[in-house]
Design a protein around this ligand. Sequence first.
Ligand code: UDP
Length: 470
Amino acid sequence: MTPLKEVPIASFPLERFQTLVGERWGEVETAMRRAREIFAGRVVWHVNSTARGGGVVELLTSLLAYARGAGVDNRWVVINAGPEFFRVTKRIHNNLHGSPGDGGPLGVDERQVYEATCEQNARELASVVRSSDVVFLHDPQTAGMARMLRETGVRIVWRCHVGLDLPNDDARRAWDFLRPYTEDADAYVFSRRDFVWDGLEDHNVWIVPPSVDAFSPKNQDLDPPTVDAILDVAGLREDHGNGAPVFQREDGSPGRVDRTAEVVGGAIPAGAPVVAQVSRWDRLKDPAGVLRCFAEHSELPDAHLLLAGPSVNAVADDPEGAEVLDEVRELRESLGAGAARRTHLACLPMTDVEENAAIVNAIQRHAAVVVQKSIAEGFGLTVAEAMWKSTPVVASGRGGIKDQIVQGESGVLIDDPLDLDAFGTAIEGLIADPTRAAEIGVAARERIREHFLGTRHLTQYLDLLDELIS
Ligand code: UDP
């Protein structure tokens, strides 16, 4: 059995960004020329642990396609790993976010499980890379591959998408576990300065915040009748308008939403203001806290809450999804009939990831307010996605969310993610004041256009790789 799975990468023209970036287009053209020179004959490999679900997949799907469109030979491979490995790496992931996760150890046995899988995958990759190539290892799941890959002479970048503003003992324990592996990387990329581990050599550290793809099915413009039609077909909202549930696929061909979500609580009545959080079913996203906040800490008699996430069996590297969804479902039942009538839990179909993305797009556009109540957050792509759609966001002032939202201008930050009253009051305020909500929405879109589009992201990677190679 081949351990690694290669994920197909599309090719998108960067020219799409010309109208969005305005006078900065000249810089993008210069960068494209440089990229073609630097990468001639080289392959840039990206290795991660899943081809479906979560922010890393979202980023790789679009960034690698744009880089390919600009003439760079990128490849994307996904490691093969079993449930034991993912239990260990989920623990590391939670620890890196400062949470104990399942509370289990990170000792000798866990190292054995981790190293065996990493070595098996690294051996396979080492047989196809050349010394002039570059390998990006994404997140804790792949860090352990660096040592064996190093022997091939290839340059290695470890890209860590997770982190914590104020590290605690859990985070340090995960660093200690990973450190011997990451030492074999030539450069480290973090989403923000605060996430950089103690003891890493500063000149090897790069800070590169993520970005959104303005043209993907997740973020492309959809007009209101289309949004309504998508939500109707997906079983999320009662509306029998005359729009068609259509979107444009990544390759430019037409797409249509046909599948329904599994919705606890049924469809939301047309006309009701919607408060939504879209996230993997993960305790660090605190869906239970959002539910409690909506039901017990806000006065929104007409509004409905939609908690949406991927179908729980679809995300290979996230073994806790089903458990978390069960917890949220039980909490919803315990809140009584009044709350149950106005709260909806949706597992979105993942069979066709572009269809899934179009449904997420419609939710983020339709919502009166998008919430992201993360206890810890690496970046929080869902925040940028909603902001790009001019939807006002109320989010925890944690991690990369703080870099996206300018407090009170392009969204509302709540300092303490556990402060349910503060979340409730902020959501109520935006629903009661549509003029302010709209102003925040306009500023939010501009903030993303200015700082968080793929062209900025790719140019930063180009600078990094240029330095590494030369
Ligand atoms: N997402 C999705 N379908 C879902 C739920 C989430 O495509 O049903 C996407 C979401 O739109 C975002 C990504 O998963 O692009 C989550 O990224 P984020 O940075 O918010 O969190 P992560 O999952 O990486 O912790």
